[in-house]
Design a binder for this molecule. Structure first.
Ligand code: C2E
Ligand code: CA
Ligand code: CA
Ligand code: CA
Length: 281
């Protein structure tokens, strides 16, 4: 009976064991990467569809594992979340993005200063000292808080609506703007949405893609745009990949877009070049 029990255990747990060991190794690697400052930021332009100007940037973290190996967030963010490493990593991202953008704002002055969007994970949002931490980074870097946009997903905010409303209000009191990311993929209750202090709605790229096929695709984007207007929110369409997407979004009156059609996320030198000589969109 003992032997049977053991072999059953082995069959059962081998894949789980491999996963757990893999997870532990990844956690150790991530911890080291954080200490060694092996993370870098790429930035993707957000384009004002009315003028074709770059109105802002989204900061997207990458792990520079070796000189030739760049690891994308899909392969480490969830482990960073589970282990809590996202707390330190997230604050590093915010500080780095604010510092770098502040320099660009000074180097490329304009009527409406360049905005910087930074992703906040659910785990970060749940931290009791989130607001003072962000306040500290904004003060340290000297960035105008009105140019900082914190991106949150529906699920991060809907878990505890009353708390979310309060925290979002406090963040807004710092002067920063709040974006709701991947809109339409979560299950935010529309009846709650108007109670949340939100500034920007980012339409998930799955809806932009759907504009290619069915008529309903166009209708959905149209409906989201109307919803955003009724809530006085600005809209950014994600996943603008083709000229056709751009044309349709412009026709619908969508004010901003982001996607490979304009630019992939690029490193600091890449953004520097785009800001110095902006393409004609
Ligand atoms: P996200 O916040 O929705 O960011 C947009 C993702 O879509 C980026 O992937 C970007 O490269 C990709 N993308 C942009 N334009 C297009 C397009 O036209 N077509 C397609 N197919 N994709 C496009 P990336 O950089 O791999 O990031 C994936 C996700 O990882 C992000 O999704 C975000 O949820 C998370 N993430 C990235 N950086 C951070 C961070 O600093 N903190 C946190 N908490 N999460 C982050
Ligand atoms: Ca132009
Ligand atoms: Ca985002
Ligand atoms: Ca998104």
């Amino acid at each position: 009976a003992k032997a049977l029990g053991k072999s059953r255990y082995e069959v059962f747990d081998r894949t789980m064991h491999v996963q757990a060991v893999g997870q532990l190794a990844l956690e150790a690697d991530l911890r080291r990467a954080l200490q060694n400052q092996d993370f870098i930021l790429h930035y993707q332009p957000i384009v004002d569809l009315r003028t074709g100007d770059i109105s802002g940037l989204e900061a997207l973290v990458r792990w520079q594992k070796s000189t030739t190996e760049l690891i994308y967030p899909g392969d480490f963010i969830s482990v960073a979340e589970d282990t809590g490493l996202i707390l330190d990593l997230g604050m590093w991202v915010l500080r780095e993005a604010c510092e770098t953008t502040r320099a660009w704002q000074l180097q490329f002055p304009r009527e409406r200063p360049l905005t910087i969007s930074v992703n906040l994970s659910a785990r970060q949002f749940a931290q009791p000292d989130l607001v003072p931490q962000i306040q500290h980074i904004i003060a340290d870097t000297g960035i105008d808080p009105e140019t900082v946009r914190l991106e949150l997903t529906e699920s991060a905010t809907m878990a505890n609506a009353e708390r979310a409303i309060s925290v979002l209000g406090q963040l807004r009191s710092l002067g920063v703007r709040i974006s709701i990311d991947d809109f339409g993929t979560g299950y935010s209750s529309l009846s709650y949405l108007h109670r949340f202090p939100l500034d920007v709605l980012k339409i998930d790229r799955s809806f932009v893609l759907q504009m290619d096929n069915a008529k309903e695709g166009l209708q959905i984007v149209h409906t989201i745009l109307n919803l955003a207007r009724s809530l006085s929110m600005e809209v950014v369409a994600e996943g603008v990949e083709t000229e056709r997407h751009l044309r349709k979004l412009r026709a619908l009156g969508c004010e901003a877009g982001q996607g490979y059609y304009f630019s992939r996320p690029v490193n600091v030198a890449g953004i520097q070049a785009l800001l110095a000589s902006p393409p004609e969109w």
